[in-house]
Design a protein around this ligand. Structure first.
Ligand code: COS
Length: 385
């Protein structure tokens, strides 16, 4: 049975994360957004407090917390700043959780401690200019060499790609095999032939680093392969089971932040000689936000509970991701409505919430892909191909 009661330890982690977000993340969020500044100093503080790789077992440098505790951390970081939440999600869920699950002992020992301490950032290089939702249709190729592999191709929309020391690169080894030909490689980004360039002009996540990667005959040894040749697609999908959970938890933070900012503003702002909180239509905006926030949090915690219990959770994770990301967009939008003109400028966090929320219904699987995953699970019919 699902138990939503937090343990004493979870309560403590939540308080620590909330306090940390208010003290360290919130004060920097607006300027980092305005200046499109990827705040590596703040990333290091997040690592120092143990929020990178928190789900990684302690023997590899993580905190060994369960997924529900991880969700509490990610929610608070997400309430503070989605650009920083993206760092936590990518490093912890897409990169570390993949290495924990698929990596060989030497790979775990080499990379996980560095990733958990922030000494190295990691990125997840799956998406390509022509390959988004149809993730198995990769153009990046990996060819066998004597004792290793040569990888060539382009990757697009890669969070942390300009700062990462390690890239999880997904490449096709045999196009005839479709998804069963894909392999995942742990590629140091200082390898000859590896280059990156920053993508600018984003609507949101302006304080996050987003890159286009180019691999021009990058040579890696056999030891760089993670899992077997042909496991790559499963590595990617299992990474996304964790990544989508993390995005969903971060979106609960956007929802919660929208509620808190709106309640505070509605009690201060006066019109017609009374606080706007006294107007029924403003209360409706707030009530709708609260309902969506609590529903989103419940779905995230259910998915976390399934993960912690070792039960299948792909569908429930998609449900949580779909609902929470859409809820974040609508809560942030309502929060702007409560704030009126003040919500349209960055004196308050709500316009950033809306811009930052917008990408979450796109990345790590669009809302449409989540619906197709849920629909397939319910009907047994594949509507994707
Ligand atoms: N964990 C482990 N393995 C998984 C899995 C999961 N969550 N989901 C699927 N697999 C395995 C399947 O078991 C299957 O294995 P076999 O080859 O042994 O049968 C294989 O992967 C193929 O699965 P499936 O048939 O579901 O693949 P599809 O080609 O139908 O694609 C979608 C599935 C569309 C859901 C997938 O391509 C997807 O998620 N696309 C969106 C990609 C995305 O999120 N991109 C954002 C990147 S990060 S910004």
């Amino acid at each position: 049975m699902i138990d939503f009661e937090l343990t004493d330890e979870q309560r403590l982690v939540r308080e620590t994360a909330r306090d940390f977000a208010d003290r360290e993340i919130v004060p920097r969020a607006r300027d980092n957004d305005r200046n499109e500044h990827f705040d590596t100093e703040l990333v290091q503080k997040i690592a120092d407090v143990g929020f990178l790789g928190a789900i990684v077992p302690e023997e590899y440098g993580g905190r060994g917390v369960d997924y529900r505790t991880y969700a509490l951390i990610v929610e608070e970081v997400g309430r503070g700043c989605s650009a920083m939440r993206t760092v936590v999600s990518v490093v912890t869920s897409l990169v570390c959780s993949s290495i924990v699950r698929w990596g060989r002992e030497e790979q775990k020992r080499e990379w996980l401690p560095q990733l958990c301490t922030g000494e190295a950032l990691g990125c997840f290089a799956l998406t390509e200019p022509d390959t988004g939702s149809d993730a198995s249709n990769l153009r990046t190729r990996a060819e066998r060499t004597d004792g290793g592999w040569r990888i060539s191709g382009q990757k697009q929309w890669i969070s942390l790609g300009n700062y990462a020391k390690l890239a999880l690169v997904f490449a096709q080894t045999d196009p005839d095999e479709r998804h069963r030909g894909i392999a995942c490689f742990l590629v140091p980004t200082d390898s000859p032939g590896f280059s990156s360039s920053a993508i600018h002009g984003k609507l949101g996540l302006r304080g996050s680093d987003t890159a286009e990667l180019s691999l021009d005959g990058v040579e890696v040894p056999d030891e760089a392969l993670m899992g077997d040749v042909g496991d790559g697609f499963k590595v990617a999908m299992s990474a996304l089971d964790s990544g989508r959970f993390s995005v969903a938890a971060g979106c609960v933070g956007i929802c919660q932040g929208s509620v808190e900012a709106s309640v505070e503003y509605a009690k201060e702002r006066k019109q017609f000689d009374r606080p706007i909180a006294a107007f029924q239509l403003v209360q409706e905006l707030i009530a709708d936000m609260v309902v969506e926030t609590e529903a989103a949090r419940g779905l995230v915690w259910r998915a976390g509970w399934l993960k912690d219990s070792g039960k299948p959770n792909t569908t429930e994770t998609s449900i949580a991701k779909l609902y929470s990301t859409e809820a974040a967009v609508s809560c942030a939008n309502r929060a702007i409505q409560v704030h009126g003109g003040s919500g349209y400028v960055d004196d308050y966090p709500v316009e950033r919430y809306l811009r930052d929320a917008r990408v979450t219904t796109l990345y790590e699987g669009t809302s449409q892909i989540q619906k197709l995953i849920i629909g397939r699970a319910m009907t047994g019919v594949n509507a994707m191909t």
